[in-house]
Structures are given as C-alpha cells and as structure tokens.
Design a protein around this ligand. Structure first.
Ligand code: ZN
Length: 134
C-alpha cells in the first residue's frame, strides 16, 4: 500500500464551539467547515494545515463513539488518519497480512473521503484511519 501523508489528526472535544477557540484565537488557524456525519453520530470541524488537517470531533448523540471515548479517556487525540492512494487495495493487503480491521470495506467519511479504521489492538493503542480522497 502507498501511504501519501498524514491526512488529519482527529481530536475528540465536548464542544467544537469551545474547542475551536484554541486553534483559531491562539494558533491563528481557520476552521474551514463543519459537517455532520449522521451514521457516526459526530460533527466535525476541519482546520487545514498544508497537506494535513486538524479534525475536531463532537458527538451528536450521548451514545456516539466520540461521546464514549471522552467518557472513558477524556478529551484528546482520538485517531490519526493516513492518506492512501487506493483504500480498497490497502484493505485487501491488510486482510492478507491478518491485520484486524474495524471496517472490512471503506465507508463514507467527512469531506467525501472514503475511510476505514484499523483495530487499535494492531497499532499499539492508536486508532488508525485510512483515508482516500479524489
Ligand atoms: Zn478522521
């Protein structure tokens, strides 16, 4: 598989409105857009930095994965996403190598990306997302 670069770093926050202040007021970054991903019960806010982005994640439901993450571990870095050239090929390769996946097939992520998560047991505790964009 071909990893191109770090696509984004996902940070779980209780509130994007609160969480964004550090990135805008202190770091001087601009939040490009927010987007709700219904099936993941999450609202995202993206701060582009060259080839990468900071992605703030706010749960839209009390039982969403981001809410559960904050409940057990507090706010903080929730996942790291690598941009791949071809996500289908990358998943096939990982399966061949016996790597446990959360997503067997790509699903829809924010910004029209196709994404899939690798099981954190395989990555020494880091939730790794693979991400392909047009
Ligand atoms: Zn992500």
């Amino acid at each position: 598989m071909k990893i191109k670069h770090i696509d984004h770093i996902g940070i779980a926050v209780r509130s994007i409105d609160e969480g964004k202040k550090f990135y805008t007021d202190i770091l001087g970054l601009e939040m490009e857009k927010t987007e709700v991903i219904e099936e993941q019960k999450v609202k995202t806010g993206f701060f582009p930095i060259t080839d990468s982005e900071i992605e703030l994640l706010e749960s839209t439901e009390p039982d969403g994965p981001v809410a559960k993450y904050i409940e057990s571990r507090g706010e903080g870095v929730q996942h790291i996403a690598f941009r791949v050239e071809n996500i289908k090929e990358a998943l096939r390769e990982l399966k061949e190598k016996g790597v446990r996946l959360i997503d067997q097939e790509p699903r829809k992520g924010a910004g029209g990306a196709r994404i899939a998560f690798i099981h954190p047991k395989e990555t020494h505790g880091v939730l790794v997302e693979l991400c392909e964009r047009e």
